[in-house]
Design a protein. Structure first.
Length: 326
């Protein structure tokens, strides 16, 4: 039996959707704080590295300066996207604005690829026309300070990610995690250049850093596209949903399980099979209990459950998700 509901032609009379809030950050305070921190750190690093580049003329420091500049742009995009994603659902966007975060991550990956290409161009030029590196003392101090400051930022970002599962902040944190390795590589290139007296170390490390940035951009864009294209959740998470549903003694199986990431959480939807003799109230109570167990496991998920009598023949049934009958 299929039941249909009458749709009110005037959407302004319909109730507003409930805002999908993160269980660990209900007002978005920590996500906003992480974006403000990343923009501030990026601005400090740009100023310091620009001065170090003027003092040393090192392409490795230039590469780090370019990366920090891209990080600043990416952090601003992240700040804007998080603010947008935290807006509650409205009548134009009934499912919320969560996908602003993966869209920002995709924009960040484009910034990174562009900076990597520019860095390759500059490094290849320095290989064919070597330029001496100036006094590296200030460069070493700036890079060491950048590593320390970035390390503190990454620790804070990862703490926020554990609380919120923010994809945009996760992409931003990946940038800065790579920056720590990049800054360490700059220090090594400067020291090798001093110890060996060879100018080629500097552009060689520049090329290596460019490759590292491009590789990171590929990973960020892949994750962002998965969310934007509504890719199913990983198999282990889908299996966890099935196990939790089947663990309820009144459950007789499920089918049509569909999942996706919403950018700030997950969406889980399926048809729950129950005994046909249950009353509507009993079916409702059982569904509520199953939904509560799922929400405990997936606190940021939007869960939609449709009840059906067990044993119905349905061509859409995914038999891989049905429990074995005893």
């Amino acid at each position: 039996m299929t039941m249909s509901a009458k749709v009110d032609p005037d959407p302004s009379r319909a109730p507003l959707p409930v805002e999908g809030e993160s269980a660990g950050d209900p007002d978005g305070r920590w996500r906003r704080g992480a974006t403000y921190a990343s923009v501030t750190v990026a601005a400090i690093l740009i100023a310091g590295k620009f001065g170090a580049y003027l003092a040393t003329n090192s392409v490795s420091i230039l590469s780090s300066l370019i990366d920090s500049s891209v990080d600043a742009l990416a952090s601003v995009v992240t700040l804007i996207s998080v603010a947008r994603a935290l807006k509650p659902p409205d009548f134009a966007f009934r499912f919320g604005h969560g996908k602003a975060e993966p869209l920002a991550a995709l924009i960040q990956s484009a910034f990174i690829v562009g900076s990597a290409l520019f860095l390759c161009y500059e490094s290849l030029g320095r290989l064919f026309e070597p330029r001496p590196v100036g006094d590296i003392g200030i460069g070493l101090w700036v890079m060491a300070a950048a590593i320390a400051l970035t390390f503190v930022l990454v620790l804070f970002q990862r703490w926020v990610i554990r609380r919120t599962a923010s994809l945009a902040i996760g992409a931003d944190s990946l940038h800065y995690s790579g920056d720590m390795l990049l800054n360490a590589a700059v220090i090594v290139s400067l020291l090798l250049g001093r110890w060996t007296g060879q100018a080629f170390w500097d552009p060689l490390f520049g090329l290596g850093i460019a490759a590292f940035l491009a590789w990171g951009a590929v990973g960020i864009s892949r994750t962002a596209l998965d969310v934007l294209m509504d890719r199913e959740l990983p198999d282990d998470e889908r299996t966890r949903v099935v196990d939790l549903v089947n663990a309820h003694p009144a459950s007789r199986g499920l089918h049509d399980l569909r999942t996706r990431s919403t950018g700030m959480g997950q969406h889980i939807e399926f048809h729950l099979e129950l005994d046909s003799h249950l009353t509507l109230t009993q079916a409702h109570d059982i569904t509520d209990e199953i939904e509560s167990s799922l929400r405990a496991a997936f606190p940021n998920a939007e869960i939609t459950i449709h009840q059906e009598p067990a044993g119905l023949e349905d061509e859409r049934l995914d038999h891989r998700l049905r429990p074995r009958r005893h």
